[in-house]
Write a protein that binds this ligand. Structure first.
Ligand code: ADP
Ligand code: MG
Length: 357
């Protein structure tokens, strides 16, 4: 079966920011893919390039046999109308048109309007009674359902959803999630950006972006992940101390099965082994940095905000760093005023949210 979406070595630079740094993957027709990853990792950029809303610096994005970068303005408009259904975090409804008119507008760009079909689409998302309402007269969840009806009206080959439940409360998120599940069951191809692990779990496959790179998704146990993270963290600390990272030193600093863990990290492309000396790859550096950042932010939070005694922060922070999601990381950092160092005086690597980044 030919892939519906083919992405080859896609790069996007905004000035000197590398939003996408050589991303390749394929999506088969009928698949539901979740794109995960922290804020700023390039998820929206990827969705926008696929939908022809933005252009790549280099590389290819092919959707249903069409090389999106080769389309001119008119071709792009037709491509979006015929092949793509967008659902954004911000609903992007036209404020002075009713729910029905918003859906019919999408039909208009596609071919001809069909009011009966537009009514049916709104009934399907549970808004049969609200078709004459203006966006301002609808709740956030209802507006997002109009957006879903609008995305579906032209039977698009590909549904692109960028954090479709990001601005919704739990009940409305549940409704939109149910709609996505139904669409998937009917055979639609969905590429969805989400922060919510529970939503990611519903997809057939998860793709993780970090700093514009695709991370290999490996389903591993929490214990294994902790073991790998612990070694990466130690590598970062060796770097700060100017110590040559060797397996023997890892064992001395309390890393269990240093050789086995290092070999696993090598297989994941996070570090390189040369004799007994170990070096982080670029991706390894990014990951280690993220772990150390979460760890030190957790220490700051525990001492400054919860006044947990210094002797206890270590074991608490150790548990905490695995609970903190990339989203929470930025919120904690902002809440603490973007601290530059942990309570022990070690530097906290700045994140995307930090003004001194
Ligand atoms: P995500 O959706 O994963 O949060 P984005 O794709 O929005 O990430 O952004 C990836 C990176 O590219 C970020 O560092 C962001 O600041 C940068 N970026 C995105 N859009 C623009 C733009 N229009 N101009 C400059 N930088 C941008
Ligand atoms: Mg985004």
């Amino acid at each position: 079966m030919a892939a519906l979406v083919q992405i080859e070595n896609l790069r996007k630079e905004f000035g000197n920011v590398r939003a996408l740094d050589g991303v390749s993957f394929q999506v088969n027709a009928g698949e539901w893919i979740a794109i995960m990853g922290p804020s700023g990792s390039g998820k929206t950029t990827l969705i926008n390039i696929l939908g022809g809303l933005d252009t790549a610096t280099s590389g290819q994005a092919i959707v249903d046999g069409v090389d999106v970068a080769r389309l001119d303005e008119a071709g792009l408009t037709r491509f979006r109308a015929e092949k793509i259904g967008f659902v954004f975090q911000q609903f992007h409804l036209v404020p002075y048109l009713t729910a029905l008119e918003n859906v019919m507008l999408a039909q208009y760009f596609h071919s001809t309007t069909d009011e009966a079909e537009a009514r049916e689409a709104l009934r399907r998302v549970g808004l049969g009674e609200r078709i004459e309402h203006l966006p301002a007269q609808l709740s956030g969840g209802e507006q997002q359902r109009v957006a879903v009806a609008r995305a579906l009206i032209n039977h698009p080959k590909l549904i692109l959803a960028d954090e479709p439940t990001g601005n919704l409360d739990e009940a409305n998120a549940e409704t939109v999630t149910r709609l996505l599940r139904e669409l998937h069951a009917e055979g639609h191809t969905i590429l969805m950006v989400t922060h919510a692990p529970s939503m990611g779990q519903l997809a057939d496959r998860r793709i993780e972006l970090a700093h514009g790179h695709l991370m290999q998704i490996v389903e591993m146990s929490a214990e294994e992940e902790e073991r790998l993270d612990h070694l990466l963290e130690q590598m970062w600390i060796f770097g700060e101390e100017g110590v040559t990272p060797e397996l023997a030193r890892m064992r001395q600093s309390g890393i269990h099965d240093a050789a086995g863990t290092a070999a696993r990290l090598r297989d994941l492309g996070l570090l390189e082994l040369r004799g007994s000396e170990v070096t982080l790859t670029e991706r390894g550096v990014h990951r280690a940095r993220d772990i150390v950042r979460r760890r030190r932010l957790a220490e700051r939070l525990l001492t400054d905000t919860f006044s947990i005694a210094d002797t206890e922060t270590d074991s608490h922070a150790c548990k905490f760093e695995h609970i903190i999601s990339p989203e929470l990381d930025q919120r904690i950092c902002s809440f603490l005023g973007h601290p530059k160092s942990c309570p022990h005086g070690n530097p906290i690597p700045p994140g995307h949210c930090c003004p001194h980044a």
